[in-house]
Design a protein around this ligand. Sequence first.
Ligand code: C5P
Ligand code: C5P
Ligand code: ZN
Length: 462
Amino acid sequence: MGGHELFERSQTLAAIIRKAASVHIVTHIDADGITAGAIALQTLRRLGKETSLECVKQLDATVMGRLANENHELVWFTDLGSTIATQYPSIQKIITDHHACPPDSNAPFHLNPHLFGLDGSYEISGAGATYLVSKALDKQNTDLAALAVIGAVGDLQDRRFCELRGVNRDIIDHARSTDTLSVVQDLRCFGKETRPLPKLLQFANDPFVPGLTGREEACSTFLQDLGIRLKDGEEQRRWIHLETWEKQKIVSALTQMLLAKGFGHRIALRLIGENYLLIREEIGTELHDAKEFATLLNSTARYGQEEVGLQVCLGDRGEWFAKALNLLRGHRLNLVEGLQFAREEKIQKRSNLQFFNAGEGIRDTIIGIVTNMMLNTEEVDASLPLLGFACTDNGEIKVSARATQLLVDRGLDLSVALKTAAEMVHGVGGGHNIAAGATIPKGKEEEFLSLVERQISLQMSA
Ligand code: C5P
Ligand code: C5P
Ligand code: ZN
């Protein structure tokens, strides 16, 4: 039902694009944003339109004021924009977004799954929403579907069911029909193509494996005890190098470890899930697995290097790709250091939430990723949502909030909580029920926390 309306809306947006000679794309700084931007850019170029593109952290009054002054013929907001859908009438715009939005933001130029009863936290991403318009403009654009899968995986849309669902499934079918994507059941750990085996297990966090996660030595011993060789000659073996029996042995040992620790089948089953492979890419590179591809993209725009990510999406495997690999090294280091830093900060518990303040210690553009990783660690109580605070370059405070599906099922909606609280302290916020963010003025942290607490308490008692 909702899918059909979404499809109709994509036709309406396509008609607006056809009439424009020049389009300015505004997109988000994460993997979903970059893939969305790349899809939009490629689509417009194929139509012979004049194009430009920029990446932003969020749409605040400064960005919107500037855009209004720039007098673009048409602005295409991808992976963001729903929050301003009813504002700035002077800007001619179309929006392909998937963040939570109220029904009164429905408009012919606005495509968002939430307007049609679909959930944008797992049924379709910003890149997916953008792809629908691309496909409506030209059926040949199915070759861009794989990018939309990377965007969805980058946004962790497969997390809820250990596979992509909803409209994402149609997009997967399009990608498969162009021989760009294959879907396989495999271990869900990150880094099967590029990480040495012990590192692969060391970073396992969904599920977290007590005794192994966070402990490289223990992971090596665990593998050796199973009779798994860690090296082939001088080369460290990775998951992709393993024989089927070796993989099965590891998975069943991990399952037994989880069950022995009392985690239950539901958790143990999360070890395995759908993996999305970009079959035109070389095996064993950062591009072959959609999760790794998404992380590569996160290493670019989150550090102000969106051009790098964009060029990789558009197909560069030379100079830009080399730059991306360099950035990836820095990004990985920042995540490890950020996690370390967050661990040393004390997590402060309140009745309805818990938080940590990273100050200048963690970049505002990766505080969300670190908060997510923190919520998956042993020492954090998963029965409360976790908020991370970090300072931004211009002296404001960035907040990232993350929760579990269980809390969402009980009524928690972080998007509403953060948006409402942020607006009350003259900030901006939004996102998804399970993951949301906000930017607020410095000095308002305490007031903001109390407001978020009140929102959560209302939600959980409703
Ligand atoms: O802005 P955007 O929608 O791209 O970001 C989505 C965010 O929500 C990601 O940071 C992702 O980690 C988070 N998320 C999550 N769990 C889910 C779905 C999304 O933590 N099940
Ligand atoms: O930045 P972070 O990863 O914590 O964002 C979580 C989710 O909240 C993302 O989907 C992001 O787009 C959204 N968000 C938002 N408005 C903000 C900050 C974040 O909608 N001011
Ligand atoms: Zn997104």
